[in-house]
Write a protein that binds this ligand. Structure first.
Ligand SMILES: Cc1cc2nc3c(=O)[nH]c(=O)nc-3n(C[C@H](O)[C@H](O)[C@H](O)COP(=O)(O)OP(=O)(O)OC[C@H]3O[C@@H](n4cnc5c(N)ncnc54)[C@H](O)[C@@H]3O)c2cc1C
Length: 454
């Protein structure tokens, strides 16, 4: 028997796409663990939650906070959306599994993908539970796609988020934290006690969400070229939640569930398809620089699947035809460039620089910046004029070499190249000019002469 499509990976991307495609097609989902079990937990912008997903969401982020070790603080209420809902992963993913089965398709657990062969008639997939044939293979295996590696697709130069944290119960209450709070970033005095210790050498970002009156989801994040292992992150997280003076509300927390994982940071893959094979979700790097992989899936799975359905109907399953299927429905403009630069700054700038950045949200700051821009950058919903405003303000506060001295110079080129893959060459042309990539070097990076916004 030949399936219309075999989907490898029973995570959110695989299950969301299969739940739609199985309405019209015979689909097989192949999962090496248990389909719908995940070590992740999500909140998403309100506008990606459609009617069918809404019943599987609850509460949400309503207030943003930022703290640094030297006392810099900012907080503001969500304005872009009234709330950013939490997705109940324990109900939504099993619901998709049930939907696929009710639609007459199949989900196979503990069925690891091994290899596949493509010929004129279709794809033959070899798994731990036997061989299966299909017209189309959809790779939804996440950040570490074996299928991409089998095609020789290199992701060696990508940036990766490494995350480790826990859902915790606070038997003694939340110590001033409110339900709906989202700590965007918190920094710590580093063990080296050096005032300008870069987070690159020291601590990761610490974030938390307050889910209800007793429950938090707190986590540490690294944004680096290399993957940080679970073994490396676990003691760092435990030290931060148990020993740091500024995390006292977490010291008595009872860990209910460990959450961890890895995902690409807008390392936009140009390799979105092969003959009868298409990548989706994290396997296609459907993330923004700051993450939002689940948001992309919720925002895109219906349109994406509708295009797959058309391709199957027309039997247009060649590499170029599949690669032409659009993957993204977020506004695809220059904001991705700003999102990339901001994300890398916020993740890897030294704690003192982050202090200065957070102070810009203070209304008494001479270079005050409205925190709504933070949300707008975060959600990729910022206009070119607003991008201009944000960059102009940043350049009043920071020297060019501070802003662009956090990563190796070549990495900024890489970021812009990645952004170009999202938004097109013409959009990033101006950014290249600002950054003097491929053109003149900044004449005097001590001054803000590279960017003439003011
Ligand atoms: C801790 C954490 C918090 C996050 N928070 C947010 C958030 O708040 N908002 C947001 O929008 N995004 C968030 N993300 C990102 C989001 O979780 C990912 O982008 C999303 O899970 C990607 O889904 P996916 O299905 O593509 O990949 P995955 O979730 O990685 O699923 C891949 C599936 O494929 C299976 N698989 C892999 N290899 C094989 C194989 N060889 N054979 C068979 N099966 C295989 C895996 O077992 C897995 O089930 C977070 C990520 C983490 C780690």
């Amino acid at each position: 028997m030949q399936y219309d499509a075999i989907i490898i990976g029973g995570g959110p991307a695989g299950l969301a796409i299969a739940s739609e495609l199985s309405l019209t097609r015979r689909v097989l989902v192949v999962e090496k663990g248990i389909a719908g079990n995940t070590n992740r937990s999500w909140f998403v912008p309100l506008d990606v939650v459609d009617d069918s997903v809404r019943p599987f969401t609850y509460g949400g982020v309503t207030r943003f906070l930022a703290n640094t070790y030297s006392g810099g603080k900012a907080q503001w209420n969500a304005r872009q959306f009234p709330r950013y809902p939490y997705v109940d992963e324990k109900r939504l993913l099993p619901h998709w599994v049930d939907t696929i089965r009710v639609n007459g398709s199949e989900v196979l657990d503990q069925c690891e993908y091994r290899s596949h062969q493509v010929d004129a008639d279709g794809v033959l997939v070899d798994t731990a539970r036997g061989k299966f044939a299909a017209r189309l293979l959809i790779d939804c295996t996440g950040y570490n796609s074996m299928i991409a590696r089998q095609y020789g697709i290199s992701r060696a130069s990508y940036y990766w988020w490494s995350v480790y944290g826990a859902i915790g119960d606070h038997p003694n209450g939340l110590d001033g934290m409110q339900v709906g709070d989202y700590m965007l970033w918190q920094t710590f005095a580093d063990t080296t006690a050096s005032a300008d210790t870069s987070l690159q050498q020291g601590r990761p970002l610490f974030e938390y969400e307050i889910l209800d009156e007793r429950t938090s989801f707190s986590l540490i994040l690294y944004l680096r070229r290399e993957i940080m292992t679970r073994e490396f992150m676990e003691p760092v997280y435990n030290r931060i939640i148990r020993e740091e003076a500024s995390t006292s509300a977490f010291h008595g927390m009872a860990v209910k569930e460990i959450k961890y994982g890895w995902y690409p940071s807008a390392s936009v893959s140009q390799e979105l398809a092969r003959e009868r094979v298409i990548f989706a979700g994290d396997a296609a790097c459907w993330t923004t620089p700051c993450g939002w992989g689940m948001s992309f899936i919720l925002n895109n799975y219906r349109d994406f699947t509708a295009r797959l359905e058309q391709a199957l109907s027309a039997d247009r399953l060649g590499r170029a035809e599949l690669a032409a299927i659009p993957h993204f429905r977020f506004r695809e403009r220059g904001e991705i460039v700003l999102n990339a630069l901001m994300t890398h700054f916020l993740s890897n700038a030294s704690a003192p620089m982050l202090d200065r950045f957070i102070n810009l949200f203070n209304e008494t700051s001479p270079n005050h910046i409205d925190p709504i821009y933070c949300e707008k950058v975060f959600t990729l919903d910022i206009t070119p004029a607003e991008v201009h405003t944000v960059l102009a303000t940043l350049l009043k506060e920071f020297h060019l070499k501070e802003l662009f001295g956090i990563l190796q110079p070549d990495d900024y080129k890489l970021l812009v190249e990645e952004a170009a893959a999202y938004v097109g060459e013409s959009v990033v042309e101006e950014v290249r000019h600002w950054l003097h990539f491929g053109g003149d070097k900044p004449q005097n990076p001590e001054r803000n002469s590279g960017f003439d916004f003011a």
